[in-house]
Write a protein that binds this ligand. Structure first.
Ligand code: ATP
Ligand code: MG
Length: 507
């Protein structure tokens, strides 16, 4: 499993044009966990030694950059790097390329072709989260060291003094809020920019961020390159992006299949009350490094706490935590000290953590794009990974939208094993749009519909909770509201009574 990323990259080049990828267990093909999370075969990689593909050494880039790449074991550029690096230093670009395909270096290398050790901010890179700002700055710092160029990360929740002390730095990576703050206070000037970069550009140009981005952009010099990168670049964003770029070159590298190639995707049908039991069963049957997404901060914390009570070493990451704790948690996850991280979408975009074997959507994301980014935290740079999405019957519409976006159906996975808690029947999962569930019953003796209702009411079931009854002699069906379904089984008139397990996907 622990092949170096570069070998994986060489393999990518190798499989270009070959059928090898088709033989791997991708979406729709069932394979055991162990197989699906394993990295690619090293033997095929070794065949390529000396490679027939372009190497960084053959590229027209500065020697300092080459030194950095060599030190990090990167020899072969990825597709996005090979295509974008020669262009982006002198032309605006709009780039769509899969998660984990190496976009960070695809914009940083061109930057280092042009920037100098001046006393001005020459590059601003805007990103949506603090963790991503830290991560991208760390890569720039590595390159900056070779080039003797100063870099700085600025983001909220951390000491402003320290960030101010670092200004001006040639390259600044930041989140919009803190960038604006420092601009307003007069510490950050962006009038000498060579590059204005939006990583996760579609997110940055979404409503919510767009006003901030435009505010910042208006206060920059006109003659600069604008570089926009993301794994998802919907048409409306590209149209919008055209307004803020000059004669850009568009690179749409994976429009048809936007999810990372190495990620096997599954859905698990489960009601809300059994999600914890299912998660526990998954964690026990397929040990690995897990990133688990919930839709709210509160739920993220709850799931982490519950897992911990069950004996799993799990930690939460969300926006209500103090930044120091957020940073420590992310660093521990990166180092491998933490193997189960429960997060909101703060960890969905751009975060590069080696060795994540599983991404779990404990909740189905509201926006289909978020699904692509979340599951892209695994299967990076030709590694394998598994994405498991928990689907309640209320989520069917969302799942369908996701499937439309990724262009394929997500197959169901049946979980083996029981985990640390027992599942209960989740009547809600079998209810129709009115919340009614159906039971088949056999009576001990013939009774009228009215008598049946009276007996059920005696068990404390409200009249309103009882729906349609069909009875012929001693057999029949009855509809009951899911909130009262557990009571119906206790009613003495039934010889036996059984839930009709039907799912109502059409909500
Ligand atoms: N040429 C290369 N050879 C080998 N590994 C590389 C190469 N370029 C980048 N990598 C590694 O690949 C990983 C993914 O890169 P990166 O984070 O830039 O992907 P990305 O395209 O930005 O993904 P996302 O859309 O999730 O942000 C990183 O660990 C990076 O160090
Ligand atoms: Mg990225």
């Amino acid at each position: 499993m622990a092949h170096c990323t570069n070998s994986g990259n060489q393999l990518r080049n190798f499989v270009k044009g070959s059928n090898l990828l088709n033989t791997m267990p991708l979406i729709g093909q069932k394979k055991g966990a162990d197989e699906s999370v394993q990295s690619t075969a090293i033997s095929t990689v070794l065949v390529l030694k000396g490679g027939i593909y372009m190497q960084f050494d053959d590229m027209n880039i500065k020697q300092e950059t080459k030194n950095f790449l060599k030190k990090n074991g990167f020899t072969v550029p990825t597709e996005v790097q090979e295509k974008v690096i020669p262009v982006a230093s002198h032309r605006d670009v709009i780039v769509q390329s899969r998660t984990g395909s190496g976009k960070t270096l695809a914009f940083l290398i061109p930057v280092f072709e042009k920037v100098e050790r001046g006393n001005f901010v020459e590059t601003i890179i805007l990103v949506p989260t603090r963790e991503l700002a830290q991560q991208v700055e760390r890569v720039s710092r590595g390159l900056g060291k070779e080039h003797g160029v100063k870099t700085l990360a600025i983001y909220g929740g951390a000491s402003m003094e320290r960030q101010i002390a670092g200004l001006p730095s040639t390259i600044v990576v930041g989140t919009p809020g803190r960038v604006m703050d420092l601009m307003r206070r007069g510490y950050l000037h962006l009038k000498s920019l060579k590059f204005f970069i939006l990583d996760e550009a579609d997110r940055m140009m979404d409503m919510g961020f767009l006003d901030d981005i435009l505010w910042i952009m208006e206060r920059t010099n006109k003659d600069k390159r604008v570089l926009l990168f993301s794994a998802t670049m919907p048409g409306d964003i590209i149209r919008l992006a055209r307004k803020y770029t000059k004669n850009p070159e568009k690179f749409i590298l994976s429009e048809d299949e936007i999810t990372a190639k190495g990620v096997v995707q599954y859905r698990v049908n489960v009601g809300e009350i059994n999600k914890m039991a299912k998660l526990s069963a998954l964690l026990d049957s397929e040990p690995g490094k897990y990133l688990i997404f919930c839709n709210t901060k509160r739920k993220t914390q709850e799931v982490a706490d519950k897992l911990r009570r069950l004996g799993y070493k799990s930690y939460a990451l969300h926006g209500d935590m103090r930044q120091g704790m957020r940073t420590r948690t992310m660093d521990a996850f990166k180092r491998g000290d933490i193997n189960i991280l429960i997060s909101t979408d703060v960890a969905a975009r751009g975060i590069d953590v080696t060795g994540i074997t599983h991404v779990v959507n404990y909740d189905v994301p509201m926006y289909p794009k978020d699904y692509v980014h979340r599951i892209g935290r695994t299967g990076r740079m030709d590694r394998r990974g598994k994405a498991v999405t928990f689907v309640t019957h209320n989520d069917e519409t969302y799942i369908r939208r996701i499937e439309d976006l990724i262009g394929s159906r997500i197959p169901e996975m049946k979980l083996k094993g029981v985990g640390k808690i027992r599942e209960r029947i989740d009547y809600r999962e079998y209810s129709d749009i009115y919340g009614m569930v159906r039971f088949h019953f056999k009576l001990r003796r013939e009774l009228s519909e009215w008598e049946i209702i009276k007996n059920i009411e005696k068990e404390g079931v409200d009249d309103n909770a009882i729906g349609k009854i069909d009875v012929a002699k001693v057999q029949g069906t009855i509809d009951v509201h899911y909130s009262s379904a557990h009571r119906i089984k206790k009613v003495g008139i039934f010889k036996n009574i059984e839930l009709v397990r039907r799912r109502y996907p059409e909500m």
